[in-house]
Ligand binder design. Structure first.
Ligand code: UN1
Length: 502
């Protein structure tokens, strides 16, 4: 087995202007393994506004050169980074499991997603298409092109610590922007690994900078800085709203990717074994800590009893443990606060008269599990749409089963939450599948597959309070990281006037 990529150095630094520099504060945040907090993964900067000031200054200066580098040349560096990532995939996955907790199969998937995104976006370096069109006047040419924006402040979450930074960093760079990224406090190492691969591939100093630290310090300073022209954020709806409001104060472009309360609808004609696999993967994969996690299952009443007992039986058998153990099904949750919040939701569910908790509901503390943050996979049945466990994002291994009368009822329940990220239907009837696809208000929709597992070349994002209308992934992400310029060339040699009633 490959060794972790990063040695446990006592202290990591910020990465500014191509140099590793200590935070001005001299303070650090400990990064500990959530499966066993006795293991120190590393210590990362607790940076302050001063470090942000330095990084943004450098990024603003470097922007003037980087924007002039032809996009296909910028992309060549990304292709090279893709190759480095492939070589280090196993080591980076191990590092990620140590800091984030999810099982090795999934951290390999996370690194793979960053690799896929690297090649996909590098390809865009030779496209970045604009278009030409016909002007209103003779002897006049009209066209539009994508232009870089400037310094991008990126704020990323701990659950996909390499994939999500890649969704943002790569398109930002290929479009000609410079970047200051604040990685999540809980999982900075994977972002460091990713940025190191990019810098080794040849991203010039100052184009891509890391300032690590807390949201209240680093995030806040990025949001307030006049020279940061765009902020891209993935995280909770609560924090996302603050990000959106702060961006308005300095007219920043703002892209928000926030919560979900994703649903799997199971019709009476569904292949229940297949649906069961989809629910287990969607609800308990990544220990339920995906914004695309399936936390509601709406089952047709004719099959609800049968399906619910199938689900609870399997959920009880899932093996909790450290993600580096190949036998583990479900790893820890990210930290103490997360485990407490999840267990609070369990309590809220238990206090509902009608809902029944069929399994789980406790912190797992047997043997060495007591050194980590393990929460048992939990299934509630007889849940009603208005209950808080069916409305609010829990971000843990807790799933609620609700009953429906028919497809229309299922769609009504599916849409009856404030979020709109991902949804799925299990049915053998194509008419129903298309009907649901059209009427369920989410940005991502699956048929006979779980709510998770989006691919990099399709748009990723959600409706309603899940976001603010942007999509990451796909070529759509280029609309976040570039601004359109319309260009008119008049070659008539005389004054011609458009928009005059002739
Ligand atoms: C997230 O949880 O924020 O589609 C992203 C998926 C993953 C990405 C999830 N590829 O589930």
């Amino acid at each position: 087995m490959a060794k972790p990529a990063a040695k446990v150095r006592p202290e990591h630094s910020n990465y500014i202007a191509g140099e590793w520099v200590a935070p001005r504060s001299g303070s650090y945040i400990e990064n500990r393994n959530p499966a066993d907090t006795r293991e120190l993964v590393g210590r990362f900067p607790a940076s302050t506004a001063e470090d942000v000031e330095q990084a943004v200054g450098v990024a603003a200066e470097t922007f003037q050169k980087w924007r002039k580098v032809p996009a296909p040349r910028r992309a060549e560096i990304l292709f090279k980074a893709g190759e480095i990532l492939i070589q280090r995939k196993e080591a980076f996955a191990i590092d990620m499991t140590r800091e984030m907790g999810k099982v090795l199969k999934e951290t390999r998937g996370d690194v793979q997603e960053a690799i896929d995104m690297t090649y996909f976006i590098a390809g865009e370096g030779r496209r970045l298409h604009g278009y030409t069109t016909k002007a209103e006047l003779p002897n006049k040419y009209a066209m539009c092109s994508r232009e870089p924006i400037g310094v991008c402040g990126l704020i990323t979450p701990w659950n996909f610590p390499m994939a999500i930074p890649s969704w943002k960093i790569l398109p930002a760079l290929v479009c000609g922007n410079t970047v200051v990224i604040k990685p999540a406090e809980d999982t900075p190492l994977s972002t460091y690994n990713f940025v190191s691969a990019l810098s080794e591939a040849g991203i010039p100093p100052g184009v891509l900078n890391i300032v690590a630290g807390r949201g209240v310090e680093v995030g806040k300073a990025l949001l307030a800085h006049e020279k940061v022209r765009l902020v891209s954020f993935t995280g909770s709806t609560e924090v996302g709203r603050i990000v959106g409001q702060s961006c308005a104060a300095t007219d920043k472009i703002c892209s928000l990717e926030m919560g979900g309360k994703n649903v799997i609808m199971i019709m009476e004609d569904a292949d229940l074994d297949l649906a069961l696999e989809g629910v287990l993967w969607g609800a308990f994969g990544t220990t339920g800590q995906r914004c695309t996690a399936a936390s509601r299952v709406v089952v047709h009443r004719k099959v609800a009893k049968k399906f619910t007992s199938m689900l609870a039986n399997r959920a009880k058998q899932l093996r909790l443990g450290p993600g580096l153990n190949e036998k583990t099904d479900v790893g820890p949750v990210i930290n103490k606060d997360a485990s407490e919040k999840i267990l609070e939701y369990v309590e809220i569910g238990r206090r509902e008269d009608k809902a029944k908790m069929l399994c789980g509901g406790r912190r797992a503390e047997k043997g060495d599990l007591k050194y980590g943050f393990f929460v048992e996979p939990t299934v509630f049945s007889d849940v009603e749409p208005h209950m808080r466990i069916a409305q609010e994002e829990i971000f843990g291994p807790v799933v609620s089963v609700l009953e429906c009368r028919d497809l229309d009822h299922a769609i009504e329940i599916a849409n009856g939450v404030k979020f709109g990220l991902s949804a799925s239907i299990y049915t053998r009837d194509t008419n129903r599948a298309f009907h649901a696809m059209e009427d369920v208000q989410t940005g991502i929709f699956y048929v006979n597959a779980s709510t998770i597992g989006a691919e990099v070349h399709l748009p990723f994002g959600g409706t309603k309070s899940t976001g603010n209308g942007h999509r990451e992934g796909g070529t759509q992400v280029l609309d976040i990281f570039s601004e359109w310029k319309a260009v008119y060339v008049d070659y008539s040699g005389k004054l011609q006037r458009a928009q005059i009633d002739t």
